[in-house]
Ligand binder design. Structure first.
Ligand code: SF4
Ligand code: MG
Length: 328
């Protein structure tokens, strides 16, 4: 079927007065109805910026400098703020990392829901706020509560409830569980997945935690230094990661790949986007780098069922007979 969200060649630059910093570099992304797409990468890889760009929530000095974001066939990049405001919450909604920042601290949960309802020309029943709170497992009595009266987990759930008010087709989530402890994180993920299956909305879910997303997403997009470095079905990326960065991310979370071993992670840190490395941007950290890597910019190449931005997979490239992986 047709994707509900089609991102093409999306580029976001930060105008720093000096050289522009490219935070999102020509990213393509497809999300089909009811699909759960995970976007993973270390902090600073551009994943949150990508999500803000999709939702048209960037503010200066960040701006979309090229590309399109087609949602239900309409290009959001070219849309007026008025039309966007009508679509947000109703057709797609956004759940941020911290509900504490997203919710108004001096207004009860119930009046924030009412405000969102009043702002849209879309009839919902008087019962709807109580209904969506029940959906996320919160007693509707908390419509009277203020954000600070709820636990961190309940605040995130309240945000998700608000995102569900109009039963949107797409919910965009930026690390909505990252402020929670491991147990609360897991239970919120399970709940999001259940709601998604029950209500049928699509999800774009940004996270740094590959092990968390692996159990929930259908498709995976791995980002590094503003670029997509690997994408494909979650299962395929997990079973046969094609990009050395994806392998490194998986090794950073060994519990899902077998016995517990000390976390190796990926040595070094992501590059300064104002001055990214030449050639493959991952080359200074890549355990498999070879002579061409600092010189040639890789494209996304088809590798079995996935696509990877790595010269090892460039057509005609002589590959090592066995993947080069150091035992740890
Ligand atoms: Fe590593 Fe080279 Fe592939 Fe980049 S292109 S990921 S440096 S092997
Ligand atoms: Mg972020």
């Amino acid at each position: 079927g047709k994707p509900i969200l089609e991102v093409r060649d999306l580029t976001v630059e930060y105008d720093t007065g000096d050289r522009p910093v490219v935070a999102v570099d020509a990213v393509d992304l497809d999300v089909h109805p009811g699909e759960f797409v995970g976007v993973v990468g270390e902090s600073g890889c551009g994943k949150s910026t990508l999500l803000f760009a999709i939702a048209q929530l960037l503010s200066p000095p960040a701006a979309i400098t090229s590309g399109t974001v087609r949602f239900q066939g309409q290009n959001l990049v070219a849309m007026s703020e008025k039309k966007l405001a009508a679509l947000r919450w109703r057709d797609f909604s956004v759940v941020m990392q911290s509900a504490m920042n997203a919710l108004n601290p001096v207004t009860s949960i119930g009046s924030q829901f009412s405000d969102a309802i009043r702002a849209h020309d879309e009839p919902v029943t008087d019962e709807r706020p109580a209904e969506v709170l029940r959906l996320v497992g919160i007693d509707p009595i908390h419509l009277k509560s203020y954000p600070h009266q709820l636990s961190g987990g309940m605040r995130q759930r309240a945000m998700i409830a608000m995102a569900l008010l109009f039963t949107p087709d797409l919910i965009i989530m930026d690390e909505p569980t990252s402020a929670l402890d491991v147990v609360a994180q897991r239970s919120l993920m399970v709940q999001i997945k259940e709601l998604q299956q029950q209500l049928g909305f699509a999800v774009v879910f940004v996270t740094h935690d590959m092990s968390l997303i692996s159990h929930f997403s259908d498709q995976l997009v791995v980002m590094y230094a503003g670029q997509t470095v690997e994408l494909g079905a979650t299962r395929a990326v997990f079973d046969h990661p094609a990009h050395p960065y994806s392998k490194g991310l998986l090794d950073a979370f060994p519990s899902i790949r077998g016995p517990k071993v000390p976390l190796t992670g990926i040595p070094g840190s992501p590059p300064n986007l104002a001055d990214p490395p030449t050639g493959c941007r991952f080359h200074p950290r890549c355990p498999e780098a070879f002579a061409d890597c600092p010189k040639v910019e890789p494209e996304l190449y088809q590798v079995g069922a996935v696509q990877a931005r790595c010269l090892l997979h460039a057509p005609g490239q002589k590959q090592p007979a066995e993947p080069v992986r150091e035992a740890t």
